[in-house]
Design a protein around this ligand. Structure first.
Ligand code: ADP
Ligand code: MG
Length: 346
């Protein structure tokens, strides 16, 4: 029997884990990577390297696989549309269009009755920026609308650094009110084949805007947990999700839950599902793609996932003696780069 090919745009660790899950279900994988050394290289059946804007290569990629998915939302829309004209892509280009731009994403979320993001402001010029930052008492973060991840493209603004932003193109940014939240949590939804399932909320700890660890169960009340799942499900339905959606949230002091951002793909805060659930977020993405029935994940353990960032990676062989470790096989260790993770099960 000829195996079907799954095309994956992006070859980082999320693409790598998607390849592994696809293989388990008998699919072959074709990765489109924008760098020549990438995590998924040794796990895929074939790959194409090139710029995501190179439509000739994208066309070749589109012809070579049967269906498609992504591991990053930072993909040009024309690339996704070209693929979508020929084959099915999980998630659709429209979902990625909303999630790849913070302004579009926030407008979309706030348009849903009863669901809110942090307060944010569109900016046209430095004067507006200065006035707004002042009126927020410098309780604000300047965020690029596109291409941000792991805190990249974000600046906590204060009186001293304000002037550094005099010459930026303000239409590329939004100003967001800084939130003194109690907790950060995330909920992962999987939707397809007329079914919707979720992983329970996990609690996330960030340092320098980069995820350090996620743990299950989140230390929140049952009410907040079920409310957060409800919110994530509503968003998934409103966006017409086909695939996986991670919803990052802030829990405020008064127990209000507001939405931070969305990722329409497997998420770092869902890595734990590979070790503490019968089916991981990657397995369930593949099930959606293969039109199989979805079932609520069965959870076997309490679990903590800890990222190895930058030179923390040097501890990996020591950690391997005690914990299950995942190496992302990155070519070089870089400051603030996610290099691997390890799992503590209870
Ligand atoms: P990224 O795309 O880099 O993940 P996020 O908007 O999720 O961007 O920001 C990364 C982290 O920075 C968040 O998880 C949170 O810890 C912190 N952060 C972002 N926005 C705010 C905010 N408005 N108030 C307080 N902390 C924030
Ligand atoms: Mg985030």
């Amino acid at each position: 029997m000829n195996s079907k090919y799954l095309g994956i745009i992006g070859g980082g660790q999320l693409g790598m884990f998607t390849c592994i899950a696809a293989k388990k279900r008998g699919l072959k994988t074709l990765v489109f990577s924008d760098s020549s050394e990438f995590s998924a290289k040794r796990f895929c059946d074939e790959y194409i390297t090139g710029d995501f804007n190179d439509l000739e290569k994208v066309d070749l990629f589109a012809k070579k696989a049967d269906f498609f998915t992504i591991e990053t939302e930072n993909i040009p829309l024309k690339t996704l549309k070209l693929i979508e004209n020929e084959k099915k892509i999980y998630p659709t280009s429209n979902i990625v269009r909303i999630c790849q731009n913070r302004l579009q994403e926030k407008k979309f979320i706030n348009s849903i009755k009863g669901i809110k993001t942090t307060d944010y402001y569109e900016l046209n010029n430095f004067k507006e920026f200065e006035e707004k930052a002042e009126s927020l008492n410098f309780r604000c973060i300047l965020k690029s609308k596109e291409s941000g991840y792991d805190g990249k493209g974000q600046h906590r603004i204060n009186r001293e650094n304000l002037k550094e932003f005099k010459n930026i193109y303000f239409n590329d940014y939004i100003l967001e009110k800084f939130v003194y939240f109690e907790k950060e949590i995330s909920v992962i939804i999987v939707r397809g084949n007329n079914q919707i399932i979720n992983y329970p909320p996990v609690e996330n700890v960030h340092k320098k805007s980069i995820l350090r660890e996620s743990f299950y169960p989140a230390e929140i009340s049952k009410e907040i947990a079920s409310h957060s799942v409800e919110l994530a499900k509503i968003i998934a339905k409103e966006i017409n999700l086909n695939g996986v959606l991670a919803v990052e949230m802030f829990v405020l002091k008064d127990s209000e839950v507001i939405i931070n951002e969305l990722a329409p793909r497997p998420h770092n805060s869902g890595h734990w599902s590979m070790d503490a659930c019968n089916e991981s977020q990657y397995d369930n993405l593949i099930k959606v793609i293969c039109d199989e029935n979805l079932e609520m994940p069965i959870i076997s353990n309490k679990c903590k996932m800890i990222n190895l960032i930058g030179d923390e990676y040097n501890k990996i062989s020591e950690l391997k003696e005690k914990y299950k470790c995942y190496d992302y096989f990155k070519k070089e260790v870089r400051n603030l780069r996610k290099m691997g993770h390890y799992i503590i099960l209870e």
